[in-house]
Design a protein. Structure first.
Length: 296
C-alpha cells in the first residue's frame, strides 16, 4: 500500500479524538467527523449506504500499521489485550490521562495492584520520560513503558531496572521485554493523596478506621492530607487500588462497549459520557455514510 500523505494521516488519526466522540454522544452527529471523513479520502472506498462504524474500522486498521501508529493505537492494544484480555471489567478498571504531579499518566490498570503504562509511539520524544517515570513511581506499584521499535534500545539502556518495557510488534501484539518490579513499599502516600479526589482519600481513611475530623469544607482537604501521609506506603497504595476500583468502575459501560466496533471501544472507556448520551453515540456510529455529509 502507498504511503499516506501527512494531511490524510492526520485526519484519520483525529477520528478517535475525544472531540469527535463527545460531539456524537451529545448531539447524535459530529460536524468535525464529517470534515475529517472528507479530508481522510476514505469515503470514496465505501458505498454511501455503509454505516459509519465501517469507516472507523478502516481507519483503525490503517493506523495499526507500523509508522502510522499514535497514542490511541497503543492504548487500544493495552485495553484489549490486558484490561479485557487478561482481566475483565468485572475485576479491573482503567484510568485514562490520570494526573500525577506535573505529569499525566497515559493509562493505568487497576486489578490487585496498580500498573501505569506510559506510551512512546514512533513519533514521541523520550525527553520527558525520566521525569514521568520518577513521578509515576511515587504513586503506582508497577511502572511500564510501551514503545515503538525505534525506542527500545534507548529504553533498555536508560530506564531503571524496576521499570517494565513492552513493545508493540508489527503484528499488533504486545511483547514483554522486561517485567516491571513491584515497588509498593516505595510509593509516597503524599503523592497518592495529591493524585486522587478528596472524597476518595476520605473513603480510604475510613476503610482503615481513621476518624475523620468534623471541620468546615475549606479545611477538610488539609486535615485529610495530614492524616493520609501517616499511612504506610503499602496501606496508601492498597487503599487507592481498592477505592478507585469502586469510584472509577467501568462495568456500567460494558453494554456500551458491546455495541461498538472494536476500534471505538477504547474511546468509549476513556471519554466520560452521561448515561443518556451513550445511545446517541451508538446511533451515530450506525448512521449511514450518506447521512454524515449532512452533519457538516
Amino acid at each position: 500500500m502507498n504511503e499516506l500523505p501527512a494531511g490524510q494521516l492526520a485526519a484519520i488519526s483525529r477520528f478517535f479524538s475525544s472531540s469527535v466522540i463527545r460531539e456524537m454522544a451529545r448531539t447524535g452527529k459530529s460536524p468535525l467527523f464529517a470534515r475529517l471523513a472528507r479530508q481522510s479520502l476514505l469515503l470514496d472506498s465505501f458505498p454511501s449506504s455503509e454505516p459509519v462504524c465501517n469507516l472507523f474500522e478502516e481507519a483503525f486498521s490503517l493506523l495499526k500499521r507500523e509508522g502510522y501508529r499514535h497514542e490511541y493505537i497503543y492504548k487500544a492494544a493495552l485495553m484489549h489485550k490486558i484490561l479485557l484480555g487478561t482481566h475483565s471489567l468485572q475485576t479491573a478498571s482503567m484510568l485514562n490521562e490520570f494526573r500525577v504531579c506535573e505529569c499525566k499518566a497515559d493509562l493505568v490498570i487497576l486489578n490487585g495492584t496498580a500498573t501505569v503504562y506510559e506510551v512512546k509511539s514512533e513519533r514521541d520524544s523520550l525527553s520527558r520520560l525520566g521525569k514521568q517515570v520518577r513521578a509515576y513511581s511515587k504513586v503506582f506499584a508497577q511502572v511500564c513503558v510501551i514503545a515503538a521499535e525505534n525506542h527500545i534500545d534507548a529504553l533498555l539502556g536508560t530506564l531503571p531496572k524496576s521499570v517494565g518495557i513492552l513493545r508493540l510488534t508489527s503484528r499488533y501484539r504486545i511483547s514483554t521485554l522486561r517485567d516491571a518490579i513491584d515497588r509498593t513499599e516505595s510509593v509516597s502516600p503524599a503523592a497518592i493523596f495529591d493524585s486522587i479526589r478528596t472524597e476518595e482519600a476520605r473513603m480510604i481513611l475510613l476503610s482503615y478506621e481513621v476518624p475523620i475530623p468534623d471541620v468546615p469544607n475549606t479545611l477538610l482537604n488539609s486535615e485529610l492530607r495530614e492524616l493520609f501521609v501517616r499511612l504506610k506506603p503499602r496501606e496508601a497504595h492498597q487503599g487507592m487500588v481498592r477505592i478507585l476500583k469502586k469510584t472509577r468502575n467501568l462495568l456500567p459501560l460494558s453494554d456500551l462497549v458491546a455495541q461498538l466496533p472494536q476500534s471505538l471501544q477504547t474511546a468509549a472507556l476513556s471519554v466520560p459520557l452521561r448515561k443518556l448520551d451513550r445511545a446517541r453515540l451508538v446511533a451515530a456510529v450506525n448512521a449511514r455514510l450518506e447521512d454524515v455529509m449532512a452533519w457538516d
